[in-house]
Ligand binder design. Structure first.
Ligand code: UDP
Length: 248
């Protein structure tokens, strides 16, 4: 039985009704090398709004690597789990920045945190989050999975499954998955389609292995596309543009 609260509503001009957008924290830092670059946050918020305007229900997960990564902290002698909690808190800051930018554009949002901080964000309650989506609020899932030793790629895959998203859209600097780094190799070839198992076996670096395995086990497609192409996110939802589809 499918509960009515879990089925996304129809949208126009696209086959998708509910999607997860995953971006890294670094996508928000512009050319600064650290932290948040408000004009970049606004530019990405405008891309999200243009998809929201199509009637698509949008979940978002934003990483924290522009502020803090647990592994970097532990490499400098910090206790690993503490460093990971710091990384998770960094994602909350990014989520709040995105919330502010989206609301400035007139898009209603909720920041939903996997770690309780009631003054700042809602706690994660699955059915409540689904209701927000049905009411066309963009749900920004913050604080990762709430557990150390994970990444926000895994958090995005987990929440995408829980929210019954049809796909994860992974916004990156390049327009898909290549057989080698396209920035360093002019002859790098982009895959149109690639299987989860090939991504894992060839270490294609789309997402970390736990996230890919979780997507594979639930047959959740991952669409890798360039966040730097203006109108790219909307274009792909409308069936245009270049991207790589990771599926079974
Ligand atoms: N993190 C964690 N558990 C999670 C998600 C994230 O411990 O479920 C921590 C981890 O330290 C990670 C940091 O938060 O390095 C920032 O997330 P991530 O590295 O995924 O950010 P991104 O690379 O996407 O910017």
């Amino acid at each position: 039985m499918t509960l009515p609260t879990t089925s996304p509503t129809r949208s126009s001009g696209t086959a998708y009704r509910r999607v997860m957008l995953k971006i890294s924290g670094e996508a928000l830092m512009g050319d600064q090398g650290f932290g948040l670059h408000p004009p970049t946050v606004h530019r990405i918020a405008a891309e999200v709004k243009s998809v929201h305007d199509m009637g698509v229900e949008i979940c978002m997960v934003i990483g924290g690597g522009n502020i803090f990564r647990g592994l970097a902290g532990s490499a400098q002698g910090m206790e690993r789990t503490t460093a990971d909690y710091m990384g998770m808190l960094a994602t909350v800051m990014n989520a709040l920045a995105m919330q502010s930018a989206l609301e400035e554009l007139g898009v209603f949002t909720r920041v939903i945190s996997a770690i309780r901080m009631d003054e700042v964000a809602e706690p994660y309650i699955r059915r409540r989050a689904v209701r927000h989506l049905e009411k066309k609020r963009v749900c920004i899932f913050a604080a990762g999975t709430g557990n150390p030793y994970f990444t926000t790629d895994t958090a995005a895959t987990l929440r995408a499954n829980e929210m019954n998203c049809e796909a994860i859209f992974k916004g990156t600097k390049v327009d898909g998955v290549y057989d080698k780094d396209p920035v360093k190799h002019a002859d790098a070839k982009r895959y149109e389609n690639v299987s989860y198992d090939d991504v894992l076996a060839k270490r294609l670096g789309v997402m970390d292995a736990s996230a890919i395995a979780l997507a594979r086990d639930n047959n959740l497609p991952i669409i890798v596309f360039s966040l730097d192409t203006p109108g790219g996110f909307r274009g792909i939802l409308a069936g245009e543009g270049t991207y790589t589809r990771v599926q079974g």
